[in-house]
Ligand binder design. Structure first.
Ligand SMILES: *[C@@H]1O[C@H](CO)[C@@H](O)[C@H](O)[C@H]1NC(C)=O
Ligand SMILES: CC(=O)N[C@H]1CO[C@H](CO)[C@@H](O)[C@@H]1O
Length: 505
């Protein structure tokens, strides 16, 4: 019997369960932060979200769990046991930002690979089966479990589509081999420039700044696994938006041959000031002091200086930054990591700098509420390492940048900011630094002062840069609002996985 509307209303079929997304971030702050935003966003929009991590990283996400519980969001944190006795990895290290030796990174990846079994066990225990896995590009070990259980998988890649397209095209055309060959044949001092092939705009790189994660010796296995997992995935999720780099999104989608869901800027999900100030940290204690200082400053007058969660500067380089900021004459808010600030000579030097720059400069030691700072009206510029979260957070708040890339995708992110978007002043670095043990001083005080003055200055170029940044900021907010491109991409993402569940049931 075909049920009439009335009888259907009497015995309503149970609604299909909401689609269940299992999110697997890489254990590094820069990778976890946007994927936590993604999980919260999915849960806010009616999907179920599970964030998979390890115990130590789970402890850091307690604030997120509480926030979700308060808002009654269907979000859970799943802790897989971290493997013990991994060759070459000291106990207690579960996150990239705990590593203090370049030699510990590969063993950390070896340890993560062993999470594949526990992940599969978790997925197997879920009824109904999760609808979709979203795993970081750098977590290829999640691919096997998805495959063996027949769960569709998207990869989340941290960098913008501009970078990922460069990487694909450089790989397909053997650009890295070409550059390595030139260097080996000694026809090159490392500064020979290569054009990235088939890009819709002109992009030049050197051997050292050529695209590609995990290109250093010793990383071949990890890179191979990541590329294979990328090729086998059902699509990509990127923290960007069409209004920022639309032409690269569509070229990337074509080159990849899979759907690319642009859902960002994910940082704009957070509208609550308290949550914003405690993002990425255990608490927002520093926030009130920083906010009070910023409140006392004129609109757009302060330059904010921070270099992400991984790079560490040794005293000589740190002092050049400080002198440069002092010489620029602009109000500055500078974040120095605890590990950088701890040597006695640095502690003393920073104290003296603050005394000299009394009222004009504030040094935050340790963690700072970056998103709250960038959204403060007093901040008019950002000296950044060009990690994509930082760059996108800046653009999303209409703040132009001084670009000082350190490694990985950051050199191409700089090209995007400076050459394509026109919102950046390069500080002038040409080669990557190691995360640790780098004694060289790559940026002198004069470079810092020049770039900051150009960014914060009054000239026509500076004004244009500010205008463009403001425009992208407005577009970013539009993308995340109902009807905006990222909002609607997320709607479609949830619907496309919801339909699969409904069809199965
Ligand atoms: C995301 O939104 C853009 C702009 O509305 C659209 O062109 C694109 O096809 C969408 N992407 C997916 C994967 O649906
Ligand atoms: C191999 C190759 O050329 N891949 C891509 C490079 O980028 C363009 C867009 O400019 C794509 O269309 C290609 O498929």
């Amino acid at each position: 019997m075909v049920p009439t509307e009335e009888s259907a209303a009497d015995t309503p079929a149970p609604p299909p369960p909401p689609p269940h997304f299992v999110i697997v971030p890489l254990v590094a702050q820069g990778h976890t932060i946007p994927m936590v935003d993604l999980a919260l966003l999915l849960a806010e929009r009616g999907a179920r979200a599970s964030l998979v991590t390890t115990p130590l990283n789970g402890a850091r996400l307690r604030g997120v769990a509480e926030q979700a519980a308060r808002a009654k969001l269907p979000l859970e944190i799943v802790e897989l046991p971290f493997p013990t006795d991994v060759d070459g990895l000291p106990p207690g290290i579960e996150n990239m930002d705990q590593v203090t030796d370049n030699g510990h990174f590969v063993p950390l990846f070896d340890a993560l690979r062993k999470l594949a079994g526990p992940l599969e066990a978790y997925l197997r225990a879920q009824a109904p089966r999760p609808s979709c896995i979203v795993s970081d590009w750098c977590n290829p070990w999640a691919a096997g479990a998805a495959r063996s259980l027949g769960i569709r998988r998207l990869f989340f890649h941290g960098p913008p589509c501009f970078y990922s397209l460069c990487d694909l095209n450089a790989t397909d055309h053997g650009l890295r081999e070409l550059a390595a060959g030139a260097a080996a044949a000694d026809v090159d001092d490392g500064q020979e420039r290569f054009v990235v092939p088939s890009m819709p705009v002109h992009v030049e790189v050197t051997k050292a700044t050529a695209p590609g994660f995990f290109n250093s010796p010793g990383w071949e296995a990890v890179r191979g696994e990541c590329v294979e997992a990328m090729r086998a995935a059902d699509g990509a999720v990127v923290n960007t938006f069409v209004g920022l780099e639309g032409q690269f999104v569509s070229c990337y989608e074509a080159a990849l041959g899979k759907p690319v869901w642009t859902l960002g800027p994910l940082c704009l999900r957070e509208r609550d000031a308290d949550a914003m100030s405690s993002r990425g940290a255990d608490g927002g204690q520093q926030h009130s002091a920083v906010a009070a200082w910023l409140d006392s400053k004129e609109t757009g007058s302060v330059v904010f200086v921070s270099f992400g969660s991984l790079a560490r500067k040794l005293p000589k380089q740190l002092f050049e930054v400080g002198h440069g900021l002092e010489d620029s004459g602009r109000p500055f808010l500078w974040v120095v990591k605890l590990a950088e600030a701890s040597p006695p000579e640095v502690r003393e030097w920073l104290g003296a700098l603050e005394a000299r720059a009394a009222g004009r400069g504030l040094v935050v030691r340790g963690w700072a509420p970056q998103l709250a700072i960038l959204s403060h009206r007093a901040v008019g510029g950002f000296v950044t390492h060009c990690g994509w979260n930082s760059l996108l957070e800046s653009v999303a708040h209409g703040v132009p940048v001084v670009t000082w890339p350190h490694f990985a995708d950051q050199f191409l992110n700089e090209r995007l900011a400076v050459d394509v978007l026109g919102v950046g002043v390069p500080i002038g670095v040409t080669a990557p630094v190691m995360v640790f043990d780098d004694e060289s001083v790559v940026v002198a005080r004069g470079d810092v002062a020049r770039a900051v003055s150009a960014l914060m200055g009054e000239g026509k170029e500076a004004g244009e840069r500010r205008r463009r940044a403001r425009e992208y900021g407005e577009k970013a907010h539009g993308a995340m609002e109902k009807g905006g491109s990222s909002y609607e991409n997320l709607t479609q993402l949830i619907e496309s996985f919801g339909q699969v569940e409904a069809r199965k049931g």
